[in-house]
Design a protein around this ligand. Structure first.
Ligand code: DGL
Length: 262
């Protein structure tokens, strides 16, 4: 069982921001990544649609003998993880916007959250936000067109940059000191956000915390791969063009990218 893969899935290429952290922390694990780009963005879909897509990805992961599943998507985690946990027996690691550390560290007591509509409107997000942000002003912004730009690899396009600049104005107006990225596609625009936001704003994403949690659960459940060799990394994408995915993973060896209908 310990040699079986950890399977991650996301609505597309964004979850590779989590995949990279997992590879760094757990280099001996065999890993499969399912990029459901064909169905991106998830964030504009109904909750039921998001659950159905998460079931589809989970069924494929189980066929691939997953020992654990990382839902490398905030939208799928916040809308579908309780369903998945109650219907399947293998361990699931989910991702939620890192509101807690931002709220704890904010001196201004004003934090921003940039996420998809699906995440911001989910019950799980609302509960988390309510329980950790007493006395904190939380400015929520639905990131529009960002998932599409990261998927398409056009984040340096001028129209996109202007549009993003407009979207983040509420964060600047309210003078936040922490910005939480609530979507796994968004770490790919951190350099751009740093240019557009005032210098004192700290940007937080959940990648490292998810990798640490994955390691802890593997150890707790005695599922860690005990082999010394580097693990195999297999990425499956259901779109025809995988060149952008290859570009995002170019610094990683041992990575196979295959097109697959799912
Ligand atoms: N990476 C997904 C997330 O973390 C993007 C959601 C989408 O496809 O809209 O929320």
């Amino acid at each position: 069982m310990s040699k079986h893969p950890i399977v991650l899935f996301d609505s597309g290429v964004g979850g590779t921001s989590i995949l990279k952290e997992v590879i760094h922390l757990l280099p001996h694990e065999n890993i499969v990544y399912l990029a459901d780009s064909k169905n991106a963005p998830y964030g504009l879909r109904t909750r039921q649609d998001i659950i159905n897509l998460s079931i589809k990805n989970t069924e494929l992961a189980i066929q691939m003998e997953a020992k654990m599943i990382i839902v490398a998507c905030n939208t799928a985690s916040t809308n579908a993880i309780s369903f998945l946990r109650s219907h399947y027996t293998l361990p699931f690691i989910g991702i939620e916007p890192a509101i807690k550390p931002a709220a704890l560290n904010s001196k201004a007591k004003r934090i921003g959250v940039l996420a998809t509509k699906g995440t911001l409107s989910s019950e799980l997000f609302k509960q988390t936000s309510e329980s950790f942000t007493k006395g904190i002003n939380v400015i929520e912004v639905i990131g529009e067109g960002i998932v599409e730009a990261v998927e398409g690899g056009w984040t340096d396009d001028k129209t996109f940059v202007d549009n993003l600049n407009q979207q983040i104005q509420p964060f600047i107006k309210e003078d936040i000191d922490y910005l939480v990225l609530g979507c796994t596609h968004f770490p790919y625009i951190i350099p751009l956000l740093k240019e557009l936001l005032p210098k004192h704003v700290t940007i937080i994403d959940s990648g490292r915390a998810v990798a640490r949690q994955t390691k802890a659960v593997l150890e707790e459940q005695h599922l860690k791969n005990t082999e010394d060799s580097f693990g195999h990394i297999n990425i499956y994408t259901n779109t025809v063009n995988s060149s952008h995915l290859r570009e995002l993973m170019k610094d990683f060896k041992n990575v196979n990218i295959t097109q697959k209908d799912f």
